[in-house]
Ligand binder design. Structure first.
Ligand code: UDP
Length: 245
């Protein structure tokens, strides 16, 4: 029997994709625990509404494989991607302690075996943790190079049978241009997967979009920085941009 209360809206289980940059102050790198605790608090409140939450964490605040190898011939691109995956484990550890500091029970699972730091990702075990009311942090991406944690988020959402993939960003949704650089940019409220593909919109990486499209998994891109938005998102309120078929 699930130990979590009745869900407050249409979703019982969600995947929350947090990028590494959400762990640093704007324009900075690394980890700022004040930022991490802020997100942890918002996420814990959302989970207490009765929605199971698994978080897929990025690593871009520490290292992104593709950027690290650009113009750097002394490192193989695959190595740099593995470094990026390890960065997500560092973030996962920070997030785990932040969540626990606000009273939340958590499990950190890694796609790359790392005994002593994180549990290995085992689908059935992850589901059991969620049913027991724990927030599950999924680190290590897919465990394979040349993709990003967006793809991991899509894969894990499918594996764990999540109802939606919630992509938390610094801006309100998906825009016609970068709203932090272009004042004339306007936000889409609804998009189809094919629009994202054909117009090459920056929602998530193309492999992630393909997975979501193939399995009809809705995506909602929303601004996590506005207080209460993670709760609104898990309750099923329409925020930001929804991507569906
Ligand atoms: N990465 C990878 N395989 C994965 C997930 C991530 O190789 O399945 C590497 C990749 O180099 C990526 C880095 O880890 O750039 C950090 O993840 P990401 O860029 O997705 O972090 P975010 O932008 O979400 O902070």
């Amino acid at each position: 029997m699930p130990d979590t209360p009745t869900p407050p809206g249409p979703y019982s289980r969600v995947i929350l994709k947090l990028s590494g940059e959400s762990f640093a102050k704007k324009g900075e790198r690394g980890i700022d625990m004040e930022e991490v605790v802020h997100i942890a608090t918002q996420t814990f409140r959302a989970q207490q509404l009765g929605v199971e939450i698994a978080i897929v964490i990025g690593g871009g605040n520490i290292l992104r494989g593709a950027q690290f190898t650009a113009g750097n011939s002394s490192i193989h691109e695959a190595t740099a991607h593995y470094m990026g995956m390890l960065a997500t484990v560092i973030n996962g550890l920070a997030l785990q302690d932040a969540l626990e500091s606000v009273g939340c029970e958590t499990r950190l699972m890694s796609a790359i075996k790392m005994d002593g730091v994180a549990e290995p990702f085992i689908r059935r075990r992850a589901k059991r943790h969620l049913e027991k009311g724990r927030i599950v942090i999924l680190a290590g991406g897919t465990g394979a190079p040349f993709v990003t944690t967006d793809t991991a988020a899509a894969q894990k959402a499918l594996e764990l049978e999540a109802d939606i993939l919630l992509k938390a960003t610094r801006v309100d949704g998906v825009y016609t241009a970068d709203p932090e650089k272009d004042d004339s940019a306007t936000m889409y409220k609804d998009l189809k997967y094919v629009d994202v593909q054909q117009q090459n919109l920056r929602v998530m990486d193309p492999t992630a979009i393909a997975h979501c499209m193939e399995h009809n998994l809705p995506i909602m891109v929303f601004n996590y920085r506005e207080d209460g938005n993670i709760e609104r998102a898990v309750r099923g309120e329409t925020l930001g941009t929804r991507v569906t078929s």
